[in-house]
Structure formats: C-alpha cells, structure tokens
Design a protein. Structure first.
Length: 101
C-alpha cells in the first residue's frame, strides 16, 4: 500500500474502481478508461489493468469516462498542482449479492 501511495504522488491523476457490496468493497480490474481534454481531444483510450489507474497529465481540465456493466459514467477532473484522486464506486443492493459459499 505504501508503494502505491508513493507512486500515486508522482502522477497527476489516480483513478480507483470498486464495486460496493453492502459494507464490503471489491476492486474492479480491466475497466475501460477514456480521458478527453477541454477541447474534446482524446488523450487516453484504453484499459485499466487493476483497480488503480495512474496518469501523467499536464495542468488543465479533463473528462474521465468509464463503463461498468451496461452503465457509463463520466466525471470532470481539474489538474492543478496537486494530484487528483477519483474513485468510481458502484453499489450493488444487498439483496442482489451472491450468497457466500
């Protein structure tokens, strides 16, 4: 965990992907990621291998988009001096959880 936090400080943007199952969280991997700049130009279009995705970006305004199941999500992000951390967390109602076993 300490290595991840240290690495995240070297990048302007950290994205985290999790599914919330009641009170538990499950990290999501292989998430599609698209980052566009303020002019709508795509600066990244690919996959996040793990639950965390790090990107070096110059200062500016961006839109981060991803998809989970049939749902698409976008968030505006401003990169200034400090690193920006964005968590995409999807909740699954408790009654839809898979039984433990």
């Amino acid at each position: 965990m300490a290595n991840r936090k240290r690495a995240a400080r070297e990048f302007a943007l950290e994205l985290v992907f999790v599914e919330k199952l009641g009170r538990r969280e499950r990290p999501l991997s292989d998430m599609p990621v698209r980052i566009t700049d303020a002019h709508g130009r795509v600066v990244f279009d690919g996959q996040s291998k793990g639950p965390c995705f790090l990107a070096r970006l110059p200062r500016g305004r961006y839109t981060v988009s991803t998809r989970w199941d049939a749902l698409s999500f976008s968030r505006p992000v401003s990169i200034a001096g400090d690193g920006q951390r964005v968590v995409f967390a999807w909740s699954k109602p408790v009654e839809l959880e898979e039984p433990a076993g």
